[in-house]
Design a protein around this ligand. Sequence first.
Ligand code: PLP
Length: 411
Amino acid sequence: MAALVPRSDFPALQPSRGKSEVPAYLDSACMSLVPSTVLDALRAYYTEYPGCGGRSVHRWAEEVTRRYEDARETFARFLGAPDPAHLVHVRNTTEGINVVARGFPFQRGDRVLVSDQEHNSNLVVWQYLVKEKGIRLEVLPLPDDRPFDPEALERALAKKVRLVSFFHSSNLDGRTLPAKEIVQRAHDHGAQVLFDGSQAAPHELIDLKSLGADFYALSFHKMLGPTGTGLLYGAPGALEQLSPLLRGGETVAWSDYDAHELLPPPHRFEAGLQNYAGVLGARAAVDYLAKVGMENIPPHHARLQRRVTKELADLPGLRLLGPPRPEDRGNIFAFVLAGINPHDVALFLDEGHGVLVRSGMNCVHSWYRARGLDGNARASFYLYTDEGDVDRFIAGVRELRERIPAPMVPA
Ligand SMILES: Cc1ncc(COP(=O)(O)O)c(C=O)c1O
């Protein structure tokens, strides 16, 4: 099973001086690797037009402004946004969610509904607003071993929810929620919807217009882009209701000593000098993904999932998290090896086999603590992952199990 793209496009996967081996990088759900075209775009900014966009009028500044807005247009086309003005450049998904949460015109007692499997980025800020603004935070339990339960959602929505804020795909077990159905049901009850799209956008074609969500946040560093780059989308009229999180240069049409006029979205949300290099790098990432074709990514992940599942699912004491069908777990293979701490699993795989996986509670502490679990190990794939990577992973997990057999369970 070859990678979906030439691995030679990714400098981190090439042997180099001082690198004794190229690791099997299976932590792409945390952060993906970047192709050289992204590095070229970063370098081009600093070497060819290192200006500050939107301010100066000289040629470098004009060039940056043009490219920065052009990137926004590319993102809009790629994501099916009705207009580039509906997209705000942010640092990451966390910032996008905070822009919505802290800018939304909540009244005391308004309900926000999250699932019980949210990343801290989609939980902590709501807990803060419970104290700060008197909102009520409701948590919808998701069935561990069954598909999404629309009736449970209906019951939660019947309590007059103002905003639903769910993950689209989970970083914990790779499941994807029926996003369109959630939007329709929420809208029928008068609730707005925000999706944490950080794990879905790298792996499936997102059409924001037809999805119909009010807000959608994503991180480009999980989809081949540079670190610290992301987007917040707001449906027509959605961004206008938010009070900007940051205020300052670049956000106003004018100011005098006691007043100012904010620019329309998206610029009112982009305060201060922006990450021009990062945005232009993210644009190169999106160009790369568009060329590969997003529709080719899920079948690639399904092939890798099927291979790993076939080889490991029956290993004694291995508990696989998430949906039973390999193709329903996206790019994530999350597992517990009974009797072995997940960090020890990750250290053994790294030191013994050069396999890099994530371990611990994956920033979803609430879910693990509610179940009394220490966390798990998690391998995650992307378009550069190949059979060699997953075979090293399989061999490492098998060897570890042989060295530390599964504990005997009393009959
Ligand atoms: C489901 C989910 N939500 C939110 C985040 C936060 O993303 P970022 O750190 O890019 O803000 C992550 C990161 O792993 C994630 O997996």
